[in-house]
Design a protein. Structure first.
Length: 390
């Protein structure tokens, strides 16, 4: 099958533009538009609700995130109308499981992505006893999805081993695409003086935002900005009221993130759990300096790591920032330019790899079990005969 003939449906539980997973697929679909015959994204959204999203409820402990239920009739009708060659789902989730069920019924190849370190997250939030229970359940769901899929894709080397341990036979390493707004707009030159520091992301425990706030308190000579939302919002707001050099913006659109990156000299990603760190790649694409902790998966890509300032053993965030400030403006500009080149190369590599994975997955269709009989599908067939648009 030729690339230009592919029809691909992405069904994602993450809210569009509200976290890394949501942004990942939003950017991927934007790049595929015009390259394949059709790329469709089903993803819940607060600003622009998708026809397939139904009722929702706040996620316990994080009112800024919501758990959406899919409208299965609408989702099934979309699949029946689109007739995708591949359905892509990002691991466990109600939308993902619904799409997996429909794909199995219709004999459509499924590509499952594995891009979250679930075990580390549940240990961070739920403690050892509940973490073992939740981790076991997630591993069981992942194993079921992997065994029923035609392809498994992941975003960093460490998750390859985790995917194999969870039952994936041949996980594929794919890169991370960038939104067009981060690539197409020419970057602004890096300022001579490094005194503007930015954090962009969810305000949650795994992001270790407290470390960033402590840095702001230690360095009154620098300007610090936080863009994001999450369960730790009140802590950030309280610190912003206390510190004159700290600005809190709340959640920002993608266009606003570009503006904030261009206005800063360095982005800090202080995470204790971070499968990749898309915002770091976005900052690199805007030709900005980036500080990461050793926990960030983006460090595992050698060509990207050369453009990063990775905290060394025994270093604090303040030490790493001081290390960057000790470099000459010319050295910092060279690192930032190298970072942009590496990010753009990653963007192209990610698209090439994704097209290979999708093409391979689509070719698995003849090897799948026969379609399951279903009263729902029989109704849809009758509707499609009566209404040509279905």
């Amino acid at each position: 099958m030729k690339t230009k003939d592919l029809r691909v449906l992405f069904v994602v539980d993450a809210m569009k533009g509200r976290n890394g997973v949501g942004a990942y697929f939003q950017d991927l679909v934007a790049h595929l538009d015009g390259v394949v015959a059709r790329a469709e994204l089903v993803s819940p959204s607060l600003e622009d609700p998708h026809p397939c999203q139904g009722l929702s409820m706040p996620i316990p402990g994080d009112p800024t995130q919501r758990l959406f239920l899919p409208k299965m009739r609408e989702l099934t009708a979309l699949v029946w109308e689109m007739k995708p060659h591949v359905i892509v789902i990002p691991g466990p989730g109600i939308f993902s499981l619904g799409a997996f069920w429909v794909a199995r019924k219709l004999g459509i190849p499924v590509c499952v992505t594995f891009q979250t370190d679930y075990d580390s997250l549940v240990r961070l939030y739920w403690g050892p006893r509940l973490a073992r229970l939740a981790g076991g359940l997630l591993n069981w769901v992942n194993r079921t999805l992997f065994q029923g899929s035609s392809a498994v894709a992941t975003i960093c080397e460490s998750l390859i081993a985790d995917a194999r341990a969870a039952g994936a036979r041949h996980p594929q390493l794919v890169g991370t695409p960038l939104g067009p707004e981060f690539v197409e707009r020419p970057p602004l030159p890096l300022a001579e003086k490094l005194d503007s520091v930015l954090y962009v992301g969810r305000l949650a425990a795994e992001k270790n935002i407290e470390r960033f706030l402590a840095l702001a308190a230690q360095r009154p000579d620098c300007r610090f900005t936080v863009a994001g939302d999450g369960p730790l919002r009140e802590k950030v707001e309280e610190q912003a009221r206390r510190l004159p050099n700290l600005t809190f913006l709340g959640w920002c659109s993608r266009a606003q993130v570009v503006e904030q990156l261009d206005a800063a000299q360095v982005l800090v990603l202080p995470s204790v759990v971070e499968a990749f760190g898309t915002v770091a790649l976005e900052a690199m694409a805007r030709q900005r300096l980036v500080i990461t902790t050793p926990a960030c998966g983006i460090n595992q890509w050698p060509e990207l790591a050369r453009g990063l300032a990775i905290m060394e053993e025994g270093e604090s965030l303040g030490d790493t920032l001081a290390r960057l400030q000790a470099q000459s403006p010319a050295q910092r500009r060279e690192r930032a330019e190298q970072a942009r080149h590496a990010a753009l190369t990653m963007n192209q590599r990610a698209m090439d790899t994704w097209l290979q994975v999708l093409g391979h997955c689509a070719r698995q269709a003849p090897l799948l079990p026969k379609r399951w009989p279903s009263p729902t599908l029989a109704v849809l067939r009758r509707l499609s005969t009566a209404r040509p648009e279905l």
